[in-house]
Design a binder for this molecule. Structure first.
Ligand SMILES: *Cc1c(COP(=O)(O)O)cnc(C)c1O
Length: 372
């Protein structure tokens, strides 16, 4: 590498992870979730890699993310499901984006936009089956389904999908939510509507709760190479982490014994201390909570962060290891290569791998390997 820091994203790993999850889920259709800039990996290149791997559709949280994919030249179907109260749906419909709808109010606003657009809006109705976030509450299911029926008959919407999102509290809790969802699906079919896509499972349930797979899954974290299933690693599932976060040693020094390191002198050197400076910090997404705990790999050996992680840099004490200026520092990558994993950093920081990869900041250039 050159420069201070870099996130290297292997696009072939993304494609392979999509293929692998399709195998595990016995060929279900895949909505590849590329919200939050593709979980920090870069939404447009990840979207292309996911489509090469067999994804059928892309998922974003919001309309702006979906429009950014279109601006990046992506023509595949896209679903966006989280909307502001004053969301402008006109641009979304003009760009052919399917919309998740979580209330009667949203449904009406989408239908009004469709009237202006002159074509029916593609709608996926989201049912709340227990997560208590967005999604139509159960008490409103009948009314919303009836209203969808009317709008379909009027040519203002097409019901492309019905979906829900699960809590991952336990497999049993997810099964209960799936049974609740089934009741919603019954209401939909009783009204004579036949949505093309029915989806409930994100990565965890897609792997662990087969009855949640319906005909389509929404694949996020698994596509990036991580396992959200407790007790099963990504490697055990045949998934490969796509992102490697690297830096290079900017300076090396051998201070006197007892020298304090970084803000607050939370670490002090011993006889064998060699301090290597790593120029990446919490502004770049290395979690400050992992100060004194996180590990990096230099020359194939693990070294722990010495003292506090600062905004732009941290220090590791490499002891007597032969570390030099310019040596590559792997902050996280594929644990199969001996690198620390994003999940380890998550444990040190009291969070999860999702959070670690998603928070990689804008100061870190992304470099892509694999098929473009
Ligand atoms: C983020 C998200 C997903 C993807 O979840 P993973 O656990 O990353 O697979 C799926 N569905 C919805 C509604 C989401 O918000």
């Amino acid at each position: 590498m050159t420069g201070l820091r870099e996130a290297v994203v292997d696009l072939d790993a993304i494609s392979a992870n999509v293929r692998r999850i399709r195998e595990i889920t016995e060929g279900r259709r895949v909505i590849a979730v590329v919200k939050a800039d593709g979980y920090g990996h870069g939404a447009v290149p990840v979207a292309r890699a996911a489509l090469r791997g067999g994804a059928d559709m892309l998922g974003t949280a919001d309309v702006d993310e979906a429009l950014a994919l279109r601006a990046g030249g992506i023509e595949a179907p896209i679903l966006a499901w989280l909307h502001a109260p004053d969301q402008d749906f006109d641009a979304a419909l003009a760009a052919g984006i399917a919309l998740g709808v979580s209330s009667g109010r949203e449904l009406e606003r989408v239908a009004e936009a469709a009237s202006r657009d002159g074509r029916p809006a593609r709608v996926h109705v989201k049912l709340d089956t227990g997560l208590s976030r967005n999604g139509v509450p159960r008490s409103d299911w009948s009314d919303v389904v009836a209203r969808v029926r009317t709008l379909v008959d009027a040519g203002r919407v097409t019901l492309d999908g019905v979906f829900t999102h699960l809590s991952n509290t336990s497999d049993e809790d997810d099964r209960i939510a799936v049974r609740v969802f089934d009741e919603g699906l019954d209401l939909v079919s009783e009204s004579g509507l036949g949505p093309r896509m029915i989806h409930a499972a994100a990565t965890a349930a897609a792997i662990a709760v087969p009855e949640s797979r319906f005909d389509t899954i929404r694949l996020g974290i698994g596509m990036y190479g991580f396992s959200p299933v407790p007790g099963i690693t990504g490697a055990e599932l045949g998934l490969v982490p796509a992102m490697r976060l690297v830096s290079q040693v900017a300076s090396v020094k051998r201070p006197e014994v007892g020298t304090g390191v970084s803000y607050g002198y939370r670490y002090r050197t011993s006889e064998n201390s060699t301090l290597a400076l790593v120029p990446i910090g919490y502004a770049d997404g290395v979690p400050r909570q992992a100060s004194g705990l996180g590990e990096v790999s230099i020359g194939g050996r693990r070294h722990r962060v010495a003292g506090r992680i600062a905004m732009d840099q941290f220090v590791v004490d490499v002891g007597d290891a032969p570390v030099d200026v310019g040596d590559e520092v792997v902050i996280f990558g594929d644990p199969a290569t001996g690198a620390p994993s994003a999940a380890e950093w998550g444990e040190h920081a009291g969070t999860i791998d999702y959070d670690i990869v998603t928070r990689i900041g804008p100061r870190v250039p992304r470099r892509y390997t694999g098929a473009e």
